[in-house]
Design a protein around this ligand. Sequence first.
Ligand SMILES: CC(=O)N[C@@H](Cc1ccc2ccccc2c1)C(=O)O
Ligand SMILES: [Mg+2]
Length: 372
Amino acid sequence: MKLVSITLHQVSIPLVTPFETSFMRETEKDCYLVEATFDTDRGRITGWGESVAMISPLYSSEYVAAGIDVTRRWLAPILFGVEDLTAETVGWHLRHVIGHPMAKSALEMAVIDAQLQVSGQSFKSYLGGVVDAVPSGVSVGIQDTVEETVRVIGNYLDEGYARIKLKIKPGKDIAPVAAVRKAFGDDFGFQVDANAAYTLVDAAHLRRLDDYGLLLIEQPLGEADIRQHAELAKLMETPMCLDESIVSAEAAADAIALGAAAVINIKPGRVGGYIEAKRIHDLSAANGVAVWHGGMVETGLGRAANAALASLPGFTLPGDISASSRFFHEDITEEIVMRDGMVDVPDTVGFGVTIDPGKLERFRTEAIEILP
Ligand SMILES: CC(=O)N[C@@H](Cc1ccc2ccccc2c1)C(=O)O
Ligand SMILES: [Mg+2]
C-alpha cells in the first residue's frame, strides 16, 4: 500500500468521574486519532489508529503535543517515502526515530486497519485470536476516602466486572485494600497498581499487602527499576507485574530473565504497536509468564483493537478492557459493552468498529493535516 495523506484528530472527551492515579488526576481523556489514506490494489482506503499518549508526560515521556509533532516532522515523512507499506514493517521503517512508541503505534494501527480492509480479515483472525469474548476487568482510581473506595468498588462488582484493580500510592494503600477485602470477601479477583509510586525502601510496607490475597501488584517501583523489582519480588508473596517498565520485547525478556515479572501488563501503545505487543505475548507464553491486556482509557477504536489482541491464548488474566461507559458518557465509536463480566471480541473486517463523524466532530479540538 502507498500512504497518501494523514489527518491527526486531537480529541478531548469528558470522563464520567475524575480518574486519579499516583501520578495525576484526569477529568477528561485527551488523545489524538490517526486518519490515514492509502492507495491500494483495492483503490483508496482509509485506516484509523489511536495514540494512547496522555496530555502530560507523567505516565511515560510521551504526551499528545509531542506525538503530533514527531508524527508531522519525522514519522509521517518516512512512511510517505515507502512504496509498498505493510503493517508488519512499519516499526522497521520507523526504527531510526528514537522512542515515541505511542506515536509509532498509532500509525502502525492505521496501516493495520487499511491492510485488513484490503484483505477482508478481522483483526482477531489476523492475530490468531481463539475466543469470542474476553473477561472484562476494571481499573478504579484513588478515592478521597476508604468508604468511597468501598462504595465505588461495590458498584463495579454489582455491574459484574470480572476483576477489580485499585490504584494505590503511599498513604492510600493498605487501608483501602483491607477495607475492600473486609467488605466483599476473598472470592473476587483483586489487584493493585502503584504506577511506580514506591521505592525499595517501602519493601516492608508493601509486604503487608501479602495479607490480602491479591492477584498481583502492578509496577510498584520506577520504570527503570527492573532489577529492583526482582529484589522486591523475592521479598513478597504477591506476584510481581510490570507495566511502565515493559517498553519493548527486549525489556520483557530482561524482566523475565531477572525474575522481575511473574505477570506482564501488555499495552500496544507503550511498546510501539500491536505487532511488538504480540511478540511480547509470544515471549511471555514461552516463558510461562501470564499476560493480561492493560488499558489507557482508550476510545472504542483502541478498545476494540485491544479486545482482539486479548483474544490470544496467552492472555490468561482479566485485563483493563472495561465498557466504554466506565469512562465516557459517549464514545466516538459504537459503545463497547460489558455483559456478564465479558467484552465481545469483534470479528468483522478490520477492528470491527466505526468512527462516528458527528461524535468525532463534537469532541475534536484540532485537526492537523499532513501531506507528502
Ligand atoms: C486504566 C489504567 O489504569 N491505565 C494505566 C494508567 C492510566 C490511568 C489514567 C489514564 C487517563 C488517561 C489516559 C491514560 C491513563 C492511563 C495503567 O494501567 O497504569
Ligand atoms: Mg498500570
